[in-house]
Design a protein around this ligand. Structure first.
Ligand code: ADP
Length: 323
């Protein structure tokens, strides 16, 4: 293998730049030519491709977002779109591709491999930490710490004013960020899509807490909770418990941007180097993950077939500690 490509696809995540840097520099170290593909699969189809050298990725390890930009690409769902992408790769002599993204991006990579024989390795880049085959995804730790900082700040005001705050964190299908930021932030309630939410039991819990002298509470709500988003949950709880003056804070996209944590930078660096070396060893459709602190290679489809979920025991811990 002489030429490889790297792209970022789907939702951006802090640490993607550190992963790009690792792929480019590992490629250069091993005497490969490395091509950056801009705007994900859309840029691949459009031939928006440029060679990157070690210096092209200088000063980006500390930057959020992705210098290659990211996109969602409808055409790539179709065979024709993928054929165009394969043609663009052939024109540049690119034999291997590193795809940094979530499981949707891997589905595309697997199709590209099956239909056109392009060797692909995937790096898990998403704040949701819901990809199978890896204990952690690149970007999750940064997003978690941003959510936690917000919760800590909100707690100051909640306590000063004896208020209840509903804090919405990202996670349409995954409660990972909500659960972990809730436990770390000492939340009184943590609502996640993985478990059914009972408004009655939240109201009861608040009542008991008030009796014990606890006047303020933080209720962390994953955006995809079955009882609704934070605004909808707040309305239901307020109506049932007759709570005046509760507040809702939606952290939203603040969680996706900003300087990646040391953990995410190191994770991206380790996985990025391995992705290149795996391609050189002949890996064709593998995801690079981290398992028990070892870098591991997994089949790409494990990403969606064996989704990572938080340990249900954490719900119990959150409950025991929220008294
Ligand atoms: P993520 O990679 O973060 O899960 P998406 O699910 O939006 O993000 O996927 C990113 C892109 O990957 C899509 O816009 C599309 O181009 C490609 N993709 C997703 N799913 C498939 C699929 N089943 N087949 C082919 N390409 C796909």
């Amino acid at each position: 293998m002489k030429r490889i490509g790297v792209l970022t696809s789907g939702g951006d995540a802090p640490g993607m730049n550190a992963a790009i840097r690792a792929v480019v520099r590992a490629g250069v170290y091993h005497d490969l030519q490395v091509f950056g593909i801009y705007r994900g699969y859309q840029g691949l189809i459009d031939g928006d491709i440029a060679e990157l050298g070690a210096r092209s990725v200088g000063g980006i390890i500390n930057r959020g977002g992705t210098i290659l930009r990211s996109a969602r690409c409808k055409a790539f769902f179709e065979k024709e779109g993928r054929a165009q992408a394969a043609k663009a790769l052939a024109q540049h002599g690119i034999e291997g591709l590193v795809v940094i993204g979530g499981d949707g991006s891997y589905r595309g990579a697997l199709d590209l491999h099956k239909e056109h024989g392009i060797a692909c390795t995937g790096l898990p880049g998403t704040i949701d930490n819901d990809i199978g085959g890896t204990d952690f995804t690149i970007g999750y730790d940064t997003a978690l710490n941003i959510a936690l900082e917000a919760i800590d700040r909100i707690r100051d005001t909640a306590e000063s004013h004896d208020r209840i705050f509903f804090v919405e964190v990202m996670g349409r299908h995954s409660g990972y960020l909500a659960m972990m930021s809730g436990i770390a932030g000492g939340a009184e309630e943590i609502l996640v899509p993985e478990t059914p939410t009972s408004i009655e039991s939240i109201v009861e819990h608040l009542r008991i807490n008030r009796e014990k002298g606890k006047q303020s509470s933080i209720i962390v709500v994953a955006e995809g909770d079955d009882a609704g988003n934070a605004i909808q949950v707040a309305k239901q709880v307020d109506a049932m418990a007759n709570i005046p003056n509760s507040r809702v804070v939606v952290i939203g996209h603040l969680q996706r941007g900003g300087t990646p944590t040391a953990f995410d930078r190191v994770l991206a660096s380790r996985l990025g180097v391995r992705a290149v070396e795996a391609l050189m060893e002949g890996a064709t459709a593998r995801m690079i993950g981290i398992n028990a602190n070892n870098v591991v290679l997994r089949p790409l489809d494990e990403a969606w077939k064996c989704r990572t979920q938080f340990d249900p025991g954490l719900t119990r811990i959150a409950h025991i500690l929220a008294t």
